[in-house]
Ligand binder design. Structure first.
Ligand SMILES: [Zn+2]
Length: 399
């Protein structure tokens, strides 16, 4: 074994199934038909023994040709084929090149016979190499060919948060009812958040235990209702506005409480606005959110900034307003009442109109406050309010 000939281990050919690079050997007939004729032609020139000191891979030219032809045919890739080419046909150290270089030392007749035989072997192995290379190259192209009929890989894209979707749906709904959007600051004067909305000075909501104070007289708004005050101070009736936004309460966070959540207040102020207008607007909202045939009711409830105040209930979607489930068990969603609270509302309190300079003898109005989390939880049966702000994409991707 010639140590300068790394492509050809000494055992090359000893294991017939493997070529110089360890790759499989194959029948060269598959590359160029008529191999038997070529081998016979070499054999016809008499046995050509190859001198061991030339470090060639076989004892005779016929054997060398057959072995190298099978290795070229079996080369598994272009790199293996290139290594074979260097070992066999390389201009510097290829074994055929080395054999040709011994010709000048030979007698004339022997030089002619061997010269012709070596050159035939060189040409035929070169032809086999060229055909094998062309096959490997075209196979590689096929393997890496771009299949334009395959579906593309979509890049990961996000989408609107479930609360944003609910907000946009409600904005669409109220836009259709003639409402425009009004936005007001999240950091708000205490007077706008409470006083001008008719909260008594000692109302418990004004306590620091329930409200985040930024500074004396400055709070994180606890509802979006301060927007009414700002809008009415800026504009004259009629007003038909919705107030989407984030609000804050100093709450212990648990499955049904967050210290921040989202609301959308609505306000309609004009002459002769009545409870009937409020009821029809709220029923339109409930049917849009819950379903066309949903049953609703208004029950009285106290809020400082409305008089009278009311709560809109819809028939419990779980028990269909029955209060009990099929087996007779109490419905866990409505706790047996058959109703589920959707929002608070009412007629705007005269004191709120006075605080912004409107004359309560001239104008009337209704207002309502929708909780976006509560609406989304009812719509999608989401059990925990905390999920909305945890930003777990496994949750968010469901909507
Ligand atoms: Zn129920």
């Amino acid at each position: 074994m010639n140590p300068t000939d790394p492509g050809v281990p000494a055992e090359a050919g000893a294991t017939p199934a493997h070529g110089a690079d360890g790759g499989l050997e194959a029948d060269p007939e598959s590359l160029i038909p008529g191999q038997a004729v070529r081998v016979a032609e070499l054999d016809d020139m008499g046995e050509i023994a190859l001198p061991p000191e030339r470090a060639v891979s076989a004892p005779t030219l016929s054997l060398l040709y057959r072995r190298r032809a099978r290795q070229i045919a079996g080369a598994s890739d272009l790199a293996a084929l290139q290594a074979l080419h260097v070992a066999v046909l390389g201009r510097e150290r290829g074994e055929i090149t080395r054999l040709l270089s011994m010709l000048p030392e030979l007698p004339l007749e022997e030089r002619k016979r061997l010269g012709r035989a070596f050159n035939l072997a060189k040409r035929w192995l070169g032809e086999l190499h060229d055909v094998r290379r062309a096959r490997l190259e075209s196979e590689g192209e096929t393997r890496h060919m771009l299949d334009v009929t395959l579906p593309g890989r979509r890049p990961w894209t996000g989408h609107a948060h479930v609360l944003t979707q609910v907000r946009d749906e409600l904005l669409d709904l109220f836009h259709g009812l003639g409402f425009s959007v009004y936005e007001s600051p999240e950091v708000e004067w205490e007077a706008y958040n409470f006083g001008r909305l008719n909260f008594a000075p000692d109302h418990p909501a004004r306590d620091a235990h329930d409200t985040y104070f930024i500074a004396p007289e400055v709070v994180l708004r606890t509802h979006t209702s301060p927007g009414w005050v700002r809008a009415m101070e800026e504009r004259q009736p009629p007003l038909r506005l919705v107030f989407p936004g984030r609000v804050f309460r100093a709450e212990q966070v648990d499955a049904s409480h967050m210290d921040q959540f989202h609301q959308m207040d609505g306000l309609f102020v004009a002459r002769d606005v009545s409870m009937a207008d409020l009821k029809s607007t709220l029923n339109t909202f409930a049917r849009s959110i819950v379903g066309r045939d949903v049953r609703t009711r208004l029950i009285p409830i106290y809020f400082p900034f409305v008089e009278p105040g009311c709560q809109l209930d819809v028939a419990c979607p779980r028990c269909d307003g029955q209060g009990t489930l099929a087996g007779g068990a109490r419905c866990p969603v409505c706790k047996g009442s058959g109703w589920s609270e959707l929002l608070g509302a009412g007629m705007v309190h005269p004191n709120v109109f006075r605080a912004v300079g409107y004359d309560p003898e001239e104008v009337t109005g209704f207002a309502f406050g929708i909780g976006l989390e509560r609406t989304a939880m009812a719509r999608f049966r989401i059990p925990e309010v905390r999920l909305f702000l945890e930003n777990d994409v496994r949750f968010l991707h469901q909507f």
